[in-house]
Write a protein that binds this ligand. Sequence first.
Ligand SMILES: *[C@@H]1O[C@H](CO)[C@@H](O)[C@H](O)[C@H]1NC(C)=O
Ligand SMILES: *[C@@H]1O[C@H](CO)[C@@H](O)[C@H](O)[C@H]1NC(C)=O
Ligand SMILES: *[C@@H]1O[C@H](CO)[C@@H](O)[C@H](O)[C@H]1NC(C)=O
Ligand SMILES: *[C@@H]1O[C@H](CO)[C@@H](O)[C@H](O)[C@H]1NC(C)=O
Ligand SMILES: *[C@@H]1O[C@H](CO)[C@@H](O)[C@H](O)[C@H]1NC(C)=O
Length: 534
Amino acid sequence: MGPTGLLGLLFFLLLPWSQVYASRGILRSVVIKDPPTAKDYCITYNSTWTTLPSTYTNATFYRLLNLSSVSLCSRSEVPSLGFENMAVLVMDGNCNILDKALLAQENNASMLLIASKDGLPAPKGNKSDHLTIQIAYVKYGDVINMGQVLGKDIDVTLYSPTFAQFDISLLVIFLISVFTVALGGYWSGLSEMEDLRPSPSEDESDRRKKKDENVTFTPLTVILFVVICCVMLLLLYFFYKWLVYVIICVFCLASAMSLFNCLSALIRNIPYGRCRMSCFNKSAEVRLLFLAAFCAAVSVTWAVFRNEDRWIWILQDILGIAFCLNFIKTLRMPNFKACVILLGLLLLYDVFFVFITPFITKNGQSIMVEVAAGPSERSEKSDESYVEVPAESQATYEKLPVVIRVPRFQYSAATLCDIPMSLLGFGDIIVPGLLVAYCKRFDVRTASSSIYYISCTIAYAVGMVLTFVILMVMKTGQPALLYLVPCTLLTSSFIAWRRREMKKFWNGGSYEIMEQTENAVNEEHITGEAQEVQ
Ligand SMILES: *[C@@H]1O[C@H](CO)[C@@H](O)[C@H](O)[C@H]1NC(C)=O
Ligand SMILES: *[C@@H]1O[C@H](CO)[C@@H](O)[C@H](O)[C@H]1NC(C)=O
Ligand SMILES: *[C@@H]1O[C@H](CO)[C@@H](O)[C@H](O)[C@H]1NC(C)=O
Ligand SMILES: *[C@@H]1O[C@H](CO)[C@@H](O)[C@H](O)[C@H]1NC(C)=O
Ligand SMILES: *[C@@H]1O[C@H](CO)[C@@H](O)[C@H](O)[C@H]1NC(C)=O
C-alpha cells in the first residue's frame, strides 16, 4: 500500500449521522429604565419538565434574585423575605438540582436558574409531579456578563424558538456527499482511462510511479481493513482523550496531501506557468511548490482554529471533501465481489456499533455515538455525581475531525447557544464512493457509456434522501450505511443482471487480464485472488 493509502486507513472511521436534540432555550433579561435594555443568553432546560413559549411577547417576566454566592442546598440559605414570584439564580453543585428546585418552590419562587461553570449540562433526574417551577441552566460567565451589562433590577423570562424539522444544512450535506461521490468516481474513471492508453512518450519510471499512486484492494485486504476499523474504534472508545490528538495530526497530514493531489490534478491541465526550478538534481514546477505551500497552510489553519465552531466547518468540509475524493480515486476495488464484501462487512460493523453495543456497555450508550459525539456525552457522565463542584470551566473537548459538518442554519440565526451541527461521517461518503468508482471504471473498460456509474450515483442520492427521511421520523442519529449500502449494491446488481454482464461485473471484467500483463511487465507479484477469479 502506498503512503496515502496507509494514512487513510489509519483514520478511516465510520461515524453515523448524529444530531444534537438537546433542549435549548433563551433567557431574555431586560431592565426597565431609561432607555430599556435587553439581552439574551443561552440556557438549557428539560422539555419533558417545562414547556416554554416560542417567543417572549406574551411571556411573564420575573424579577431576578442574584444568589450566585450560594448553592441553595439548605433552608438556612433562603433569605427571610422568601422568593415570592421571583426568578432565583443559584450556583450549581453541592446537591441535586431537584433539591434546589424543591426548596425554591417551597418559598414560592417562579423560576430557578442554575449557574454552571462547566458548560451547559442537560437538566435531568427523577422529578416529582408537584414540582412545577421552571428549571434552567445558565452559564456562569453569562451571569457575570449580565451583571456588567444590565446592572441591577433585572427582569427575566424564558422562551424557546421552535424550528422546522428540515434544515438547509441537510441539503448542504446532501449536495456535498453526492458531489464528492460523483466526482470521485469520475476521477477514478479518468485515471483508469489514462492507464488503459499509456502514451508512448511515457517512460517506464513514469508508469511505475502512476501504478504506485493507486492501491488495489483484494478481498483479503478488505477483511483486514474492516478488522482494523473495529480495533481503531475500540481504541478510540477507551483512549479517546489521547488518541483524538493523533487523529487530528493524521487528518492534518492526510488532508493536506489530498488537497494537493486534487488541486494539482486540476492545475496540470492549465498550460501556463510551467517554469521549473531544480535543486539537488531534482526539478519541480514552481507552481506546484506554491500549491504545496498553500495546502500546508490551509491544513495548519484548520489545526489552529479547529475549535472555532462558527466558521471552521467550512475549512473542515473542504479538507474532508479533498480527503474523500483522493481516497476514492486512490483505493481501487478490483471487482464487484470485493465491493460486496467491503460494503457488507462495513454495514454490519456500523449496525453492530450503533445498535448492538448499547446492550453491552455499562451506561447503555452505543460505542459509535460515544466516539462520534465523544465530548458532550462524556461531560454529562461526570455530572451524575453531584459531590464535587467543578472549580473552573473545563477546556472545550476536542472533536474527531472525521466528519463533514454543517451548522443547522435556522439555529445559528436565532440562538446564542452553540450551534448544533448536522454530521456525516467520511465513511458514509467513501464506502459507497468506492463502489461508484468501481462502476465508473467498469464502464470505461467495457465501454458501456456510463450506465453503471450514473445509476449507482443516483442510487446513492436516493439512499441519502432515505436516510434523511428516516432521520426526521426517528429523530435520532442514523447509521447512513444501513440505507446507502442496499441502495447502491442492489441497483448495480440489477443493472448488471439486466445487461447480462453479472459474471463479468462480479469478477472485474478485463481487469485481471490487464493487471496480469502489467504485472508480467513489471515483474511484480500476481495475487492469488486474481488467478482464482479466472
Ligand atoms: C399575545 O396576546 C395577545 C392578546 O392576548 C394576542 O392577540 C397575541 O396573539 C398574543 N401573541 C402571541 C405571540 O401569542
Ligand atoms: C407562599 O405562598 C403561599 C400562598 O400565597 C403563602 O401562604 C405562603 O406563606 C408563601 N410562602 C412563603 C415562604 O412565602
Ligand atoms: C429530562 O428528564 C428526564 C428525567 O426526568 C430524563 O430522562 C431526560 O433525559 C431529560 N431530558 C433531557 C433532554 O435531558
Ligand atoms: C422516582 O421517584 C418515585 C417517588 O417519588 C419513586 O417511586 C421512583 O422509584 C423513583 N424512580 C427512580 C428511577 O428513582
Ligand atoms: C450576581 O452576583 C455576582 C457576584 O456575587 C456578580 O458578579 C454578577 O455580576 C451578578 N449578576 C447579576 C446578573 O446581577
